[in-house]
Ligand binder design. Structure first.
Ligand SMILES: O=c1[nH]cnc2c1ncn2[C@@H]1O[C@H](CO)[C@@H](O)[C@H]1O
Ligand SMILES: [Zn+2]
Length: 364
């Protein structure tokens, strides 16, 4: 067997994975939500049964509407208002990712969502970093090596992005590697917060922008050409700028720019099925975009809301698009190349961890 062979389900579980787009408040364990809600007397959960709660989140998110999808975060955010709760959620996040075979993760969260009961931005950020540190140490005891870094999100519909961006600069090299802007896309263009992106560029800080998920090409164009995003969160609708009517696909100017400049797309297929950008996994543009050699990365977005994992996303890609070990390795290396950590540290993970493991597992 070799890199051009098809991995088994069990091998997919074991191959190293890298993740650039995962929301901290979208990945809680259902059991933890229930425990934390009982501790603080939060009464609005639809059920106290962890299995039923998991199903409730997934079904509530299958609405084909990003706005409805985002409403479910009210419950996770409600139980993450203390240092202890944030540490627990972040710790479990690192452990769960490590058990899923993830060796490098950039996990994002919006500090402004966790200050309802008096925490400061600094306390939220430090609790998150502490949680990852504890989770990484616990995973190491299980023999699983993972590195987790934070991205801080501003929200498109609010006005706290500048403060968040300043925190990204303050905590650079102290657990935080970049900025993102999330929230409802339609009606809240990122250009409304242009000053913040200009500030980040002046500070040489890294940032990505959610774009081209619920809204089309103009949103992607704005994120890249006006705001200066290094990566695109989702970006799935770039497919609208590719003409598939002839014998070979023809890229429009924006699609060409993104592919040829190697701008990373943080694709999250299962999440898109829920919010409506594609009907089935097999019809999701990731298959075509990977074939056309865009800088495609594979991500979970919200493991709780989408009932997914990196193993599941990889399994679906193998089933839907006949991906081989080489394709899984390519998206993993793409993620590492596109990560916001220093270049030599990306290379080290690629050369010392990813490539040797793919070579060994694919040779079994
Ligand atoms: O797919 C998405 N698109 C846009 N915003 C999202 C998505 N998933 C989560 N969030 C938003 O990001 C916040 C910080 O983590 C979440 O609270 C949610 O409101
Ligand atoms: Zn997202």
């Amino acid at each position: 067997m070799s890199l051009i062979s098809m991995p088994t389900d069990e091998q997919i579980k074991r191959v190293p994975k890298a993740l650039l787009h995962d929301h901290l408040d979208g990945g809680l364990r259902p059991q933890t939500i229930i425990e934390l809600s009982q501790k603080i007397g939060y009464k609005k959960l639809p059920t106290q049964d962890p299995e039923k709660l998991a199903i409730w989140f997934e079904e509530a998110c299958n609405s084909h509407s990003l706005v409805r999808y985002l409403e479910t975060f009210a419950h996770t955010v409600a139980v993450m208002q203390t240092k202890e709760a944030i540490i627990q959620v972040a710790r479990e996040c690192a452990i769960d990712l490590a058990r899923d075979g993830v060796v490098y993760a950039e996990v994002r969260g919006a500090p402004e969502l966790f200050i309802e009961q008096g925490l400061t931005f600094d306390q939220v950020i430090e609790a998150t970093t502490e949680g990852y540190k504890q989770g990484v140490a616990e995973a190491a005891k299980e023999g699983k090596k993972i590195r987790v870094e934070s991205l801080l999100c501003g929200l498109r519909q609010n006005d706290k992005s500048q403060q968040t961006a300043e925190s990204v600069v303050k905590y650079r090299n102290k657990g935080v590697v970049g900025f993102d802007i999330a929230g409802p896309e339609d009606g809240f263009p990122p250009t409304k917060q242009l000053d913040t992106f200009e500030y980040l560029r002046k500070e040489n800080a890294h940032f990505t922008i959610h774009a081209g998920e619920a809204y089309g090409l103009p949103s992607i164009w704005e994120a890249i050409q006006i705001c200066g995003a290094e990566r695109i969160g989702h970006g799935v609708r770039i497919i609208d700028d590719i003409d598939f009517s002839g014998s070979t696909p023809k890229l429009g100017p924006l699609a060409s720019y993104i592919r040829d400049r190697r701008i990373p797309l943080e694709l999250c297929p299962t999440s898109n099925l829920q919010t409506g950008a594609a009907k089935t996994y097999a019809q999701h543009p990731i298959g075509q975009l990977a074939k056309l050699r865009f800088r495609v990365t594979l991500n979970t977005d919200n493991r709780l809301m989408s009932n997914t994992s990196m193993t599941n996303e990889m399994t679906q890609c193998v089933k839907s698009f006949d991906w081989k070990f080489a394709d899984l390795q390519r998206v993993t290396i793409n993620s590492l190349k596109s990560s916001f950590i220093p270049f030599e540290e990306r290379l080290e993970i690629i050369e010392k961890i990813v490539k040797p493991a793919y070579a060994a597992i694919s040779a079994e």
